[in-house]
Design a binder for this molecule. Structure first.
Ligand SMILES: [Zn+2]
Length: 395
């Protein structure tokens, strides 16, 4: 392709709305606008990625620091909107909402008698734990919902230090919504002070760690009061006991016991689709230096950035055209900078756009039958005889 056909417009400055460097380089190199519209050069890059995507090793060709499981491949980036739990030791990766971890039960302790205590203004686990001077893990967190299909009141208990996974709960009971105060009162509970003890017509679902957690503080179903030493089995039972919480940073990996990380990420691929625009952004984020993009060889949409420097005596342009044709017939993809610009402008653009190799056709070297070849990621140029150019590029 020729530079002018693609109407490439590089930018001197990073866009002011740049949230991440990769996006900034794509805008500066003319792949997209600062409004996130894909320009012809970007379309070319995405078409090229699409043509590679049928290869089974496509993701590894991208040379990105991905984290993945059987279903999904993620690109970690702080601005990413998806929270992923990741084990740096064994590679376990899961969206946070369905993540698993190794639950560590308390040491066994004797079940103590229930004790009702006054706990004014303790509507949250945090305030309750603080007020009683106990760790959050010694409390039972209550969550109340109503199942959509039959209006069944759902009472959920997880340990106070854990977070309910609504996705896991939905798998167990179907769609639900938050319980409203009338429904909570009707079931015999009290918002902010609720426990599953003594409820009417409620479907009780507890996390599988609850039966192994003795003497938890739970609500007394009476405003302002809690119960110390509630025990599953003795004081209440559940219709469903299952894993309904999600992992957090620092939890132990279910597979290997190492500490899990919480990572922000973007989805690059799932079983059905690749997100090519996100892949292009991830490539730019990963493959750049202080001058521009540095796309690796199979991923760059063009193998070669070909440019000519106008000569005083020789027609460098027609020689460059000849080389352009020769490279293309050797199945090398070429971006030919066919503008009448100064060499410096072209060098800058070549660095910005990031083709793996730059070939410069200049008068001085042409006289010796040579052109200059510069790998994008190396500092030095080499001179190559024109007849050896194809071979040298394919090396
Ligand atoms: Zn692990």
């Amino acid at each position: 392709m020729k530079y002018r056909d693609l109407q490439i417009q590089t930018q001197r400055e990073f866009p002011s709305n740049m949230r991440r460097e990769g996006f900034g380089w794509l805008v500066r190199a003319g792949y997209m606008t600062r409004e996130n519209e894909i320009l012809p050069l970007g379309k070319q890059a995405i078409e090229h990625l699409k043509s590679l995507a049928s290869q089974p090793n496509f993701i590894s060709l991208l040379s990105l620091p991905v984290i993945a499981n059987q279903q999904e491949t993620f690109f970690p980036i702080t601005t990413g909107s998806i929270e992923v739990i990741h084990c740096p030791s064994c590679g376990y990766a899961s969206r946070k909402e369905i993540s698993q971890f190794k639950k560590i039960p308390f040491p066994t302790e004797e079940q103590l008698p229930i004790e009702k205590v006054l706990t004014p203004d303790c509507h949250t686990i945090e305030s309750l734990a603080k007020f009683l001077g106990i760790p959050e893990e010694k409390t039972a967190k209550a969550l109340m919902f109503t199942r959509i299909v039959d209006n069944k009141f759902i009472f959920v208990v997880v340990r106070g230090d854990m977070q309910l996974s609504e996705a896991k709960l939905k798998k167990l009971i179907g769609d639900f919504r938050l319980g409203i105060s009338e429904e909570i009162v009707k079931a015999g509970a009290a918002a902010g002070y609720a426990s599953p003890i003594g409820l009417k017509d409620a479907l009780i679902v507890v996390d599988d760690l609850i039966p192994q957690s003795a003497n938890l503080v739970a609500g007394a179903n009476e405003a302002g009061f809690h119960l110390k030493n509630t025990n599953y089995g003795r004081d209440y039972t559940a219709e469903i006991t299952a894993d309904i919480v999600m992992a957090n940073a620092g939890d132990a990996c279910l597979n290997c016991g190492s500490k899990l990380d919480l990572v922000n990420a973007e989805l690059l691929a799932d079983k059905k689709d690749f997100q090519f625009e996100i892949i292009l952004n991830a490539l730019a984020e990963t493959h750049h230096d202080e001058k521009g993009l540095t796309f690796p060889k199979p991923i760059a949409s063009f193998d070669v950035y070909l440019m000519q420097v106008p000569g005083k005596e020789m027609d460098t342009r027609s020689k460059a055209e000849e080389i352009y044709d020769a490279l293309r017939s050797a199945d090398i993809s070429v971006l030919f900078d066919d503008r009448d610009e100064r060499a410096g402008v072209k060098f800058n653009d070549a660095d910005l756009i990031g083709c793996p190799i730059r070939v410069t056709v200049g008068e001085k070297n042409l006289k010796e039958g040579m052109v200059e070849l510069k790998p994008r990621k190396e500092k030095a140029n080499i001179l190559v005889r024109i007849e050896n150019l194809v071979e040298e590029i394919k090396k």
